[in-house]
Design a protein around this ligand. Structure first.
Ligand code: GDP
Ligand code: IMO
Ligand code: MG
Length: 423
C-alpha cells in the first residue's frame, strides 16, 4: 500500500497527466487535489488522446476510483463536456466521484476573470480565463457555492442570493452584465440532474481505502512556480499545487503520504506572464517549441521555452519533500547538439545564488548561469530501459537528479503510455 502525491516541479505542463495515467494502471484510487479546468493533462493511450481538465487521469482504468477532491474548483458545464467526450471515446465513468465540499466555478467567475484581467491593463497575469481566481477568492470570502449545495436546493437558493448581491455589484463596477438569480438557479438545477448521483461525501471512501491498504495517487495541477504562496506571486494560480496541500485538498491525513513524485520536463516551459529566468528568445527556444509541440493543452497559447532550471528544481524538490523524480520529454532533446542547464542565478550585484528562490521582483533581474552538455543526437523514442539510453542522455539525467538531490524513478521518451519506464 502507498499514498503517492504526483506534483508539477516547474511552471506547469510537465506531463503530470501521462505519469498519473501510467501509475494508475496499478492504483486503486486517484484524487485530484486542487485547481480546476485551467488544467490540461494530456493522456495518450488505447482510448486515444485526451486533454483532461477536471477528471483525474486515472479514469482510463475502470478498476480505479477517481475522485475530484474538495480542494478543487469545478465548473459543472466543463465537467459535463469532458464526461461526454470521454464517453464518446468508450471510457467507463462509473468510477467517477465528486466531493460535496469542492467549490463550484460559476458562469460569473469566468466573466469576472476576463474583466479583472482587462482591468489590470498592462499588468496582466495571463490567466487561462477559466474563472479560477474569482472562484477561489469567493471560497476564501465564504461566499462560494459548493458542489454539494446542488443536493440541497433551498440552501442553494439562499447561498446564491447571498453571492449574487456582491457579484452583481462587482459586475456593474467592471462593466459586465448583471445576472438574474432565477436563471442561474435553473441552470444549477440542470447540473444537479446530470451530476447529482456522483456528488458524495468522499471521506468514507478514502478512509476505507486507507484501512484496507489501497494504493492511492494524489494528482496535482500546475507546478510549484505557480503556487499561490511559493510561486512567482502575483503571476500564480489561486491554489497550492505543492505536495503540502495534497492531503488537505484530497481529504486524508498528511502523515499518510509516503511518496512524492515530482514531474519535471527535461527542459523548461511556461504559459502566462511573470519571470521565467531561462526563457530563450533565440533559435533554440523556437526549436524546443516546435519539436516539443509546446502549445497550451487548455488555451492553445504558445508556451515560453527555455533550458532546464537547476535552481528551480532544487527549490521544488525541497519544498515538496520529493522522494523521486519523473523526467519527461527527454526525446525532445534528441535533436540538440548542445544542451544547457542553468545551475545558478547571477544577481545584478554579481552574487550567484544556487540554493534559494528569489522573490518575483528580484527574479526578473537575474541572469542564468549555464553549463553546457553534449547532446546525444540519436533517437531515444524507442528506449524502454535505463540501459537503452545513450550514455550522454544518462549523464544529463544524472546531473538533473544531482541538482534536485532526488533520485530519478521514471523517464519518458514519448507521449504514449508505452514510452515510459521505471529506472
Ligand atoms: P500536464 O499538464 O503536466 O499533464 O502536461 P501537458 O499535458 O499540459 O503537457 C505535456 C505535453 O507533452 C503533452 O502534449 C504530452 O502529450 C506531451 N508529453 C508528455 N511526456 C512526453 C514525452 O516524454 N515525450 C514527448 N514527446 N511528449 C510528451
Ligand atoms: P496544468 O495542470 C500551465 C497559469 C496561467 C497563468 C497562471 C494563473 O495543465 O499544468 P489561472 O487560470 O490558474 O488563474 O492562471 O497559471 N496556468 C497554467 N500553466 N499549465 C496549467 O495547468 C496552468 N493552469 C494555470 O497561464 O500564468
Ligand atoms: Mg497541462
Amino acid at each position: 500500500m502507498s499514498v503517492t502525491a504526483v506534483v508539477g516541479a516547474q511552471w506547469g505542463d510537465e506531463g503530470k497527466g501521462r505519469i498519473i495515467d501510467y501509475l494508475a494502471q496499478q492504483a486503486d484510487v486517484v484524487i485530484r487535489f486542487q485547481g480546476g479546468d485551467n488544467a490540461g493533462h494530456t493522456v495518450i493511450n488505447q482510448y486515444g488522446k485526451h486533454a483532461l481538465h477536471l477528471i483525474p487521469s486515472g479514469i482510463f482504468n475502470p478498476a480505479t476510483q477517481n475522485i475530484i477532491g474538495s480542494g478543487c474548483v469545478i465548473n459543472p458545464q466543463s465537467l459535463l463536456n469532458e464526461m461526454n467526450s470521454l464517453r464518446e471515446a468508450g471510457v467507463n465513468l462509473d468510477n467517477l466521484w465528486i466531493s460535496t465540499r469542492a467549490q463550484m466555478v460559476m458562469p460569473y467567475h469566468r466573466t469576472l476573470d476576463e474583466l479583472e484581467e482587462l482591468a489590470r491593463g498592462k499588468d496582466t497575469i495571463g490567466t487561462t480565463k477559466r474563472g479560477i481566481g474569482p472562484a477561489y477568492a469567493d471560497k476564501s470570502a465564504r461566499s462560494g457555492l459548493r458542489i454539494g449545495d446542488l443536493l440541497q436546493p433551498e440552501w442553494l437558493e439562499s447561498r446564491l442570493d447571498n453571492a449574487l448581491r456582491t457579484v452583481n455589484r462587482k459586475l456593474e463596477i467592471l462593466g459586465g452584465d448583471t445576472l438574474d438569480g432565477r436563471e442561474v438557479f435553473s441552470l444549477l438545477m440542470d447540473y444537479r440532474a446530470s451530476l447529482g448521483g456522483r456528488i458524495v461525501d468522499t471521506v468514507p471512501i478514502i478512509r476505507r481505502s486507507l484501512e484496507i491498504g489501497a494504493d492511492i495517487l494524489l494528482e496535482g495541477q500546475l507546478g510549484v512556480m505557480r503556487d499561490l504562496d511559493w510561486g512567482i506571486y502575483p503571476y500564480v494560480t489561486s491554489s497550492n499545487p505543492t505536495a503540502s496541500y495534497a492531503s488537505s485538498g484530497a481529504g486524508l491525513p498528511a502523515r499518510t503520504i509516503d511518496r512524492v513524485i515530482g514531474v519535471v520536463k527535461a527542459y523548461s516551459t511556461a504559459v502566462g506572464d511573470g519571470p521565467f529566468p531561462t526563457e530563450l528568445f533565440d533559435a533554440d527556444g523556437q526549436k524546443l517549441r516546435e519539436v516539443g509541440q509546446e502549445f497550451g493543452a487548455t488555451t492553445g497559447r504558445p508556451r515560453r521555452c527555455g533550458w532546464f532550471d537547476g535552481v528551480a528544481i532544487g527549490y521544488a524538490a525541497w519544498l515538496n519533500g520529493m522522494t523521486g523524480l519523473a523526467i519527461t520529454k527527454l526525446d525532445i532533446l534528441d535533436h540538440f547538439e548542445t544542451i544547457k542547464i542553468c545551475t545558478g542565478y547571477r544577481l545584478p550585484s554579481g552574487e550567484i545564488i544556487t540554493d534559494s528562490m528569489p522573490d518575483t521582483p528580484v527574479l526578473y533581474n537575474v541572469t542564468p548561469v549555464y553549463e553546457s552538455w553534449d547532446g546525444w543526437l540519436t533517437s531515444t523514442e524507442n528506449c524502454r530501459s535505463w540501459d537503452d539510453l545513450p550514455k550522454q542522455a544518462r549523464s544529463y539525467i544524472h546531473r538533473l537528479a544531482e541538482l534536485a538531490n532526488v533520485r530519478v524513478e521514471y523517464v519518458s521518451v514519448g507521449p504514449e503510455r508505452e514510452q515510459m519506464f521505471a529506472v
